[in-house]
Design a protein around this ligand. Sequence first.
Ligand SMILES: Cc1cc2nc3c(=O)[nH]c(=O)nc-3n(C[C@H](O)[C@H](O)[C@H](O)COP(=O)(O)OP(=O)(O)OC[C@H]3O[C@@H](n4cnc5c(N)ncnc54)[C@H](O)[C@@H]3O)c2cc1C
Length: 627
Amino acid sequence: MDETVDEAFIRRAVEACDLAALRVALYQATGDAELAGFGPVVALDPADQARLKERAVHLLATRSGRFERRVPSDDELRELMDLVLGVPTRDEHFEVRRKFLAFTPYPFQFERPPGAAPVPEGFEVAIIGAGPAGIAMAVQLGRLGIPYTLYDRRDEIGGTWSIHKYPDIRVDTLSITYEFSFDDEYPWSEYFARGEEVRRYLELMADKYGVREHVRLEHDLEDARFDEESSTWHLRFQGPKGERVGRDANVVVSAAGVFAKTKRPDIPGVDEFEGTILHPTQWTDDIDVRGKRVAVFGNGSTGVQLLAPVAREAAHVSVFQRTPQWIAPRPNYGRAVEPEVRWLFDNLPGYWNWCRYTSIINLMTWHEDYLIPDPEWEKQGGYITQKSEQLRDFMVDYIKEQIGDRPDLLEKLVPDYAPMVRRPVVDNGWYQALTRDNVDLVTAGVERITKKGIETADGKHHEVDLIVFATGFEVDQFLWPATYHGEQGLNLREYWGERSPRAYLSMMVPHFPNFFMLYGPNSQPVSGGVSLPSWFQIYAAYIAQCLHAMFEGGHAKVAVDEDAFEAHNADLDAVASELAFLKDTRSVDRNYYVGADRRLVVNTPYETAELYAMMKEPKLDELEFGS
Ligand SMILES: Cc1cc2nc3c(=O)[nH]c(=O)nc-3n(C[C@H](O)[C@H](O)[C@H](O)COP(=O)(O)OP(=O)(O)OC[C@H]3O[C@@H](n4cnc5c(N)ncnc54)[C@H](O)[C@@H]3O)c2cc1C
């Protein structure tokens, strides 16, 4: 054992780590019966916790260096999973949880069987977008030997993490879940990695998995047309020098994300403002807020991340709030991964896997806890569910604790809708920033923007030098501004028409053969039960299986059958209509998950295991193949 790793070091590791994950990983590594004797860690009393920690210290001090990496059998896995919550894992949950644990390499990926039909000569896939989704698709295709080119309009890889450079940008889901399941070696420096680190991680993945050489940056897809004669797509890009570039591909996979079109409030007078107006996507390193009077619109994830660092430097900040948000604390947010915990990741096989598991497992009951209104509870006068109200009480206490003796703020900050029906926002010192002398929370309606500032309905004029519109994105404008034309020149936007966009399994649209989306309508997992990079691998594997079926059948094209598409969406809408996203009338019209036509459009309404069951392999009778 390394000399620096003495007993004191190990004790610190055990104190700082995820104890539930440590316990299961250690049990897996040692089979120590005493470890199995404890109940679930969340329910342990302090004395039992102390005993468990002692046992863990002893085992790590005497056995580390002799642990072996091995893949547990399914029976062993079940036993280990059951230890975490102390209840048996339901059969329907087992498979996706096993994959999420990622003990086997490439757990979500599709492998072509030996003797599979060769990839046709000259066949090529165009992937549009070099963010996490595009890279997941590229790695999957690369492993199958299917030629592809990955295009992005930007001059670097990274997607969201290249587009956003505002102060304090970081993931608000744990770094170890915001990564690909096929690589467990990245030494995240923080529990919630900063944007630049995520971008560097994606660059590294592109290099490590052979994606880089397929990337064409500064290629902005403007138009894609399906040619029925040749069953290929003709793509038109704007190239690096603004020139038109034409490329053909057999298949197009859009990995364009949903955060392309920025949303700005429609306020009269915007053009008269003499200072600077910025959307956070326009933030660059040379923006200096020192000594400036700043207005921040928006209290979603971005507005909340950037307020505290801006308030520390600016002369004054006015925060314009339209609707209060539930903004919650998250353990270890903003914290570096301790060297002792890093040592566990590096030296205790299974610790990484079980940390991923424990971080998602509690989210798996999100539906029944917060999203499916409980009629019994509502009959007694409750709102949504008992757990939802308990969470509400917890959050209200948290707000009170953060703002201290400021009842004037409290009444403006507590939302009337239920927690978890809009995207959860993680507190980055937002509430405390509001209590600073140089910060005002403005809830009066905004009337207009003047040359020097902002006028509100209470007759006040707020003089500012810089306005930050952290007001999000037009998320239902999928693929914007690129145009896609399918069979007989059908325009995708026209096909969707006035209704909010919809797709089959979030990926396919009838009459658009050989076209798939990775962050399409209703693709976002509700509970975060399995993180987005994992879902992108699941979607990529589904697409790969469709291509495999094409090759096997000697077909040149695949599309979804229109009846299957309609039936899927009817089911999806019915499931969604029972969820609090749509039932909580206090928030339904101000929820980015929901389209203007009150249809759930960004999230999937399905639970993790249900969604995985739908996605893990294509139902070939719902697809149409052709030459
Ligand atoms: C500020 C912010 C913070 C977030 N934090 C989290 C988080 O903590 N956890 C989480 O799970 N999710 C988070 N998300 C959601 C996040 O977008 C996804 O996790 C992820 O980045 C989506 O990956 P993607 O590859 O689908 O899209 P993106 O990362 O958005 O990448 C899309 C890429 O496609 C390119 N592109 C688009 N259209 C074209 C075109 N026509 N031609 C060429 N290139 C094109 C874009 O330039 C971009 O590089 C966050 C989003 C934002 C905006």
